[in-house]
Design a protein around this ligand. Structure first.
Ligand SMILES: Cc1cc2nc3c(=O)[nH]c(=O)nc-3n(C[C@H](O)[C@H](O)[C@H](O)COP(=O)(O)OP(=O)(O)OC[C@H]3O[C@@H](n4cnc5c(N)ncnc54)[C@H](O)[C@@H]3O)c2cc1C
Length: 381
């Protein structure tokens, strides 16, 4: 823990909790903390969803990810279906089935997936073609469908959490990168670029890809977080009306495509390329790979990529989330959301707040050890 020299000239703004990073991880943490603690949510960028949160595929899939992620996803379902009154003026999720396509060599993997997964039903490739007529005959030897999957309105969810923070008297401070962080007299202090110092007894690190960097600045052991770049592109499927198509992808998870803004398709090569924390940009090779795999499966030539982007999905060493205390008093983590940070957000924020407030996390008790950030302490101390 580093102590910063106190020169007596600092403008200190006192709160009951500081949250670093206003992506979905920080927004849900701050919203849940703000009900009992005056909370400051610090964001380095001009807009709160600039990094990974604003770059997701926005899909909610019940059986996706590590066991802890699946529990948090299931526990978040009721919030998505019935958010608190006034939280959002649009539905937070709408049905979007997911179809897993198995080319001949992926049939054993499909069978294994169906043996292990709940709510995954077989469907014939012909039935998939009835839903998505551009599917090339002969691409899939077998297929399965998950009907319990949804499109999420990420912007509405994120805005709802930020509004909740403000309504509870909390502060969202944009363009405030915490550059120096230290603990003094039982309070965490975060100094931002313009010299403002925010102080509180509790600090939550929700800095996404920068999570380990924030920990290092604070003198707290990092977790070994690894940001991984994922690419997405928008293509025009005209003349097909894709608005009611399911999300389509192969079982080996080498590509997927989902309807976007009703008339377009978002395509991803499902890449996971190690990256440093940064403003991720798409690599042309990944864009070309995505287009090629998509064209092999669907009779839709990619003549023009209308838009492309990349974002960093940040994983802990075991790919579970990191929610809860560090080994350093008052310093908490809400990091390592990987590819499921949006769909797990409501329950993750609730769990984080319960752990900060030393309350019983009720239905989430069983996953506390699975998400405990201290499980990495020995490895990365
Ligand atoms: C292509 C793609 C598809 C995805 N699809 C899905 C999906 O379908 N479903 C799903 O649930 N998830 C999906 N994800 C994952 C999801 O987007 C992430 O898990 C989630 O957005 C992570 O949120 P975060 O708040 O941790 O990170 P971020 O949104 O990156 O927020 C972290 C914030 O911390 C700020 N910050 C960093 N350092 C500091 C500092 N020192 N001071 C102040 N602020 C700081 C950053 O500026 C940033 O805004 C996808 C991701 C990608 C890239």
């Amino acid at each position: 823990m580093r102590a910063a020299p106190h020169d007596g000239r600092m403008d200190i703004q006192a709160f009951d909790a500081l949250v670093i990073g206003a992506g979905i991880g920080g927004a849900t943490a701050a919203a849940h903390l703000a009900t009992t603690r005056r909370t400051a949510l610090l964001e380095a960028e001009e807009s709160a969803g600039y990094h990974t949160t604003g770059r997701s595929a926005a899909i909610w899939i019940l059986n996706y990810g590590t066991p802890d992620a699946q529990v948090l996803t299931a526990a978040s379902g009721s919030f998505f279906r019935n958010p608190p009154p006034g939280f959002a003026d649009v539905p937070l999720m709408t049905p979007r089935p997911v179809v897993h396509l198995a080319p001949p060599e992926q049939v054993p993997a499909l069978e294994a997936m169906m043996a292990g997964g709940e709510e995954i039903e077989p469907i014939t490739p012909e039935a998939v073609r009835a839903m998505a007529p551009a599917l090339r005959p002969g691409y899939a030897a077998a297929a399965a469908i998950q009907r319990n999957a949804f499109d999420m309105d990420v912007a509405a969810l994120h805005a709802g959490f930020l509004r909740t923070v403000r309504a509870a008297g909390g502060v969202l401070a944009l363009r405030q990168r915490a550059g120096r962080i230290w603990q003094e007299a039982g309070r965490w202090h975060a100094e931002t670029g313009d010299g403002t110092v925010f102080a509180a007894p509790v600090l939550v690190n929700a800095a996404g890809a920068w999570g380990d960097e924030v920990a290092r600045i604070a003198g707290v052991a990092p977790l070994g977080l690894q940001p991984k770049r994922r690419t997405a592109l928008i293509v025009d499927p005209a003349p097909h009306d894709v608005s009611a198509w399911p999300l389509l992808g192969d079982v080996a998870h080498t590509w997927y495509a989902r309807p976007e803004a009703r008339a377009k398709l978002m395509v991803s090569p499902a890449d996971e390329t190690d990256s440093d924390p940064c403003d991720a940009q798409p690599d042309e090779l990944d864009v070309a790979v995505a287009a090629d795999r998509f064209e092999q499966a669907l009779d839709i030539p990619v003549r023009r990529v209308e838009h492309r982007w990349a974002g960093l999905r940040t994983f802990t060493p075991d790919r579970g989330l990191a929610i809860g205390p560090s080994g350093t008093p008052g310093f908490f983590w809400n990091c390592g959301q990987g590819g499921y940070g949006i769909q797990t957000a409501p329950a993750a924020g609730q769990l984080l707040a319960a752990l900060v407030n030393e309350e019983d996390p009720e239905g989430l008790r069983d996953i506390v050890p699975l998400v405990d950030p201290r499980r990495f302490a020995k490895e990365f101390a």
